[in-house]
Design a protein around this ligand. Structure first.
Ligand SMILES: NC(=O)c1ccc[n+]([C@@H]2O[C@H](COP(=O)([O-])OP(=O)(O)OC[C@H]3O[C@@H](n4cnc5c(N)ncnc54)[C@H](O)[C@@H]3O)[C@@H](O)[C@H]2O)c1
Length: 441
């Protein structure tokens, strides 16, 4: 089949590459000329395991193409997938300007029947807005409305995006048009060979499903963070509690990790947008509001621990920070808890030496103007001249460091661990001070 993807970011590029790998012909469109130029030269603009090989193979096989020309995108394929960003607007609602611009471009140039698929995370009612934007453009061309809008929210996780796309738990298709449903069934057939994964529902239910899923996952994290803070205050150990409750199949082990708060390009903005939808419907979501408040507070827990350890005097201190990406295996720093930590440390007068295995280039851009933050190229290099170490991202290379070298490098042998990576007793036995989340200090 032929597919056009509008928006070649994390979701668009992964979707395009995976669909091409199944034998489809895919045109990826983006307004970012530099990004498309890099892709055409074989450079992959994001860090995502397995994506580089997939993109290069499918470009070489003549199945994956890149363009900045909206006409080329709109005329290339009967399936038009919108995967542009939906950042939060000032009031927390999802900013739909890119989605509507993409819809208008399709309406302006399309020829023949189109299935317009929203893959971007969009609030309930967006499909209607997309439809009207397309109709509006068609009117000016005196054309009829030979298209349908489908909601097909994406559930891939950054860091495992290719794997998630290739082996989805479910494929949500919100549609009321049999022809469009049949086309998506055949597009997704190769991804569900051992069992049916497509769940067909109404467009509005599909739009809400994505937000409900992310809000539920965010709720688990904030819940665990609150219980972790309580555990710490009353002498319990959150890791023991986590194992104790995770063993209940109704609860399960996934997404039960306490930490320095959730970040990334999805949870924070989706939690906000869902609250906004609920307010507009006069059905405020009290649980979701609390999830966000808990998360905002949690992002400052590591900095509080560091300040307390140094008697509220961080002036002139240097803190090494391991991990800048919002989670491991990605270079994405959008809303990363590391940013809140670094802000707090710098505001308290400290300097920061930061290291991330993949987000270094992004961090160098973000901190280019800062005299207090330097981004270095190795974990050990970050420790040079540092008073203490804070860990924010659970990269594998941080899991088993050389503790003797670490102790030697740090002026104060203190580790503030926002991911609970280590065994507290083993670290203390080596003469290190260890400050995890929700465990005995
Ligand atoms: N990143 C994730 O893990 C993830 C997972 C599931 C769903 N989503 C959702 O998918 C959507 C895209 O997220 P992302 O992380 O891929 O965003 P992104 O910022 O990485 O990519 C969006 C791309 O769209 C391009 N774009 C903007 N307007 C355009 C237009 N009019 N025409 C063509 N291209 C345009 C941008 O230049 C950018 O390259 C969002 O709604 C997000 O919430 C993201």
């Amino acid at each position: 089949m032929k597919v056009s993807i509008i928006g070649t970011g994390y979701v668009g590029l992964v979707t395009g590459a995976c669909l091409a790998d199944m034998g489809n012909h895919v045109m990826c469109l983006d307004v970012d000329e530099r990004k498309i130029a890099r892709l055409r030269q074989g450079e992959i603009p994001i860090h995502e395991p397995g994506l580089d090989v997939l993109v290069r193979n499918n470009v070489a096989a003549g199945r994956l193409f890149f363009t900045t020309d909206p006409r080329e995108g709109a005329t290339y394929a009967p399936i038009q997938m919108i995967a542009v960003g939906t950042p939060p607007g000032e009031d927390g609602s999802a900013d739909l300007q890119h989605v509507i611009a993409a819809a208008r471009a399709i309406g302006r140039h399309m020829e023949g029947y189109k299935v317009i698929v929203t893959k971007s995370t969009v609030p309930v009612g967006t499909a209607d807005k997309v439809k009207h934007a397309v109709i509006d453009e068609q009117k000016s061309r005196h054309l009829g409305n030979d298209f349908t809008v489908v909601s097909n929210p994406e559930f891939l996780k950054e860091g495992a995006a290719v794997e998630d796309f290739m082996r989805p738990d479910r494929i949500i298709v919100g549609a009321d048009d049999a022809r469009a449903i049949a086309m998506l069934r055949s597009l997704y057939a190769p991804f569900q060979r051992n069992r049916e994964r497509i769940i067909v529902m109404s467009v509005r239910s599909a739009e809400l499903t994505k937000y409900a899923a992310n809000a539920m996952l965010a709720t688990r994290i904030s819940f665990m963070n609150e219980i972790a803070n309580l555990a710490e205050a009353i002498g319990a150990d959150i890791e023991e509690v986590r194992r104790g409750i995770g063993s209940d199949p109704r609860i399960g082990y996934q997404f039960l990790y306490p930490g320095a708060g959730f970040g990334g390009s999805c949870f924070p903005k989706d939690v906000k947008a869902l609250q906004r939808t609920a307010q507009e419907a006069a059905r405020p979501l009290r649980v979701v509001t609390a999830v966000e408040q808990v998360n905002e507070a949690q992002k400052h827990v590591l900095a509080d621990k560091i300040r307390t350890r140094f008697n509220d005097n961080l002036r002139g201190k240097c803190i090494a920070v391991w991990g800048l990406a919002f989670k491991a295996n990605t270079d994405d720093m959008r809303e990363a808890p590391s940013l809140a930590l670094i802000d707090d440390l710098v505001a308290a007068g400290a300097t920061v030496r930061a290291y991330d295995p993949a987000a270094g280039a992004e961090a160098k851009k973000l901190f280019a103007e800062s005299r207090s933050v330097s981004v270095v190229s190795s974990a050990l290099g970050a420790l040079e001249g540092a008073d203490a170490l804070a860990i924010v991202t659970e990269w594998q290379e941080f899991r088993s460091p050389d503790f003797a070298a670490l102790k030697k490098a740090l002026k104060t042998p203190a580790i503030f661990d926002g991911r609970n990576l280590y065994d507290p007793a083993a670290l203390r036995a080596q003469g290190l001070e260890y400050y995890p989340i929700g465990r005995k200090q």
